[in-house]
Design a protein around this ligand. Sequence first.
Ligand SMILES: NC(=O)C1=CN([C@@H]2O[C@H](COP(=O)(O)OP(=O)(O)OC[C@H]3O[C@@H](n4cnc5c(N)ncnc54)[C@H](OP(=O)(O)O)[C@@H]3O)[C@@H](O)[C@H]2O)C=CC1
Ligand SMILES: O=C1O[C@H](COP(=O)(O)O)[C@@H](O)[C@H](O)[C@H]1O
Length: 496
Amino acid sequence: MIQTETPASLIMIFGATGDLAKRKLYPSLYHLYRKGKLADHFAVIGVARRPWTNDVLREHVKDSVLTSIKDAENIDDFISHFYYQPHDVSDSNSYIELKNLADELDNKYTLQGNRIFYLAMAPEFFGTIAEHLKMDGLTNTEGFNRLVIEKPFGHDLESAIQLNNRIRNVFPENEIYRIDHYLGKEMVQNIEVIRFANAIFEPLWNNRFISNIQITSSEVLGVEERGGYYETSGALRDMVQNHMLQMVALLAMEPPIKLTPKEIRSEKVKVLGALRPVENEEVPQYFVRGQYGPSNLNGQEIPGYREELNVNPDSNTDTYVAGKLMIDNFRWAGVPFYIRTGKRMQTKSTKIIIQFKDVPMNLYYKSDNQLAPNLLVIHIQPEEGITLHLNAKQSSGHSTETTPVKLDFSNNDIAGLNTPEAYEKLLHDCLRGDATNFTHWDEVALSWSFVDKISNFWENEKAAFPNYEAGSMGPKEADQLLEKDGFFWWNVSNLE
Ligand SMILES: NC(=O)C1=CN([C@@H]2O[C@H](COP(=O)(O)OP(=O)(O)OC[C@H]3O[C@@H](n4cnc5c(N)ncnc54)[C@H](OP(=O)(O)O)[C@@H]3O)[C@@H](O)[C@H]2O)C=CC1
Ligand SMILES: O=C1O[C@H](COP(=O)(O)O)[C@@H](O)[C@H](O)[C@H]1O
């Protein structure tokens, strides 16, 4: 049952000394604490190998919070709820010590046996930890036991099934919270509201009125210190299998009969099941991959992907993917969904552009006055908002002269780079037992089976990498993907 008030709980973070915990989880927990959204009764146990003490963890948490929030009120009270337990994930004794500490904190803070196990560690440990939690009695409490799992959830469908089977032996599906932090972003959550709470959009939201949909998620940063992980992943597994397909599902799904996790997920699953599979030699018609090469940007030398730390100098890994997705159902037949994502691109931007079909007959057309298509732009990040591009009469011109105009809504008070807030929302949802914005196993499985066909084809072909310069918008083949359908990528840098 979804609770409106946050219940008392013990949160165990496996990987408490790691990057994700420091950059995202601690600031998010602090935000919840400051907004009064963490119950008075809460405790956090940080778990990792290094021999830290409670005090070392508390200072680490304080630093992490103060990095992003300068006026962190009551920070000392907040960190006093944190405890540290050195741990070896494959050793039962470690779990017994952890259980003793958990039971002690349960009594001290009256936590009613409610436990959240957040696995912020390398995915090869997920199965082992879940099994030990059960075997060594940590889940044996009166309250709820929820498992939060970070990405990647498997490397392909087969490994995802194996991982899922191991986890499902211990936790029922409704207690598994698979994180996709894009689902915690304000404007991603807004997709449903824009669609289903506005009478003007839903009647047009189909293949009769929409010509194509474009989703761009571009990053300026390269792989930084994550070369080791990224070499096994690439952009297709890192971004497309999860975040990009989740946005496609939200844009394309039918209205759910109720706004419950079950009904929403069931509609998303139908979209993922209707994605036209891209088989072997069809892959180049539908997908383009890229890898950034070095460049000189404003006098600064930017290394190519193959020069990054822990990257094979002959790497075949994609740092960019563009694709054309077709959804074979009544609503979307014939409407391409174009997606693109990449590292070391020109701009950090996630935008969704819904391009409407032209009016049936253009009364206002003149050779020097071409009508612009109507666009609905959903700005996910860094700006947050919606813009509707229309045509209006040019002021002081003739009644046949048109000019593009924009209706804007900007949500900019809700933070700039919004990943901490995304984690904040998702942690809060998990505490309240609301799994709507987490991915169900059926979605994960369908996404992998779509993506596996593409990655299998690519793995057997040596790519002509590098094929785009750091700081550009990707390889030229990605432009051709749209040009052959008579479209072009809208420029996300100057599209307001
Ligand atoms: N960082 C990010 O921005 C993102 C990360 N993720 C995912 O989050 C997870 C964690 O990533 P990240 O924080 O970057 O990784 P890090 O490498 O920074 O941290 C890994 C953590 O695991 C601990 N650890 C490693 N081996 C063991 C072990 N045998 N027993 C106990 N603890 C161990 C490490 O602690 P110690 O060394 O002290 O043992 C450390 O706390 C991964 O699944 C990643 O894919 C997902 C999205 C974004
Ligand atoms: O999951 C991931 O997402 C980030 C991009 O997230 P954003 O919120 O900044 O858009 C990406 O950099 C990372 O490689 C990937 O693992």
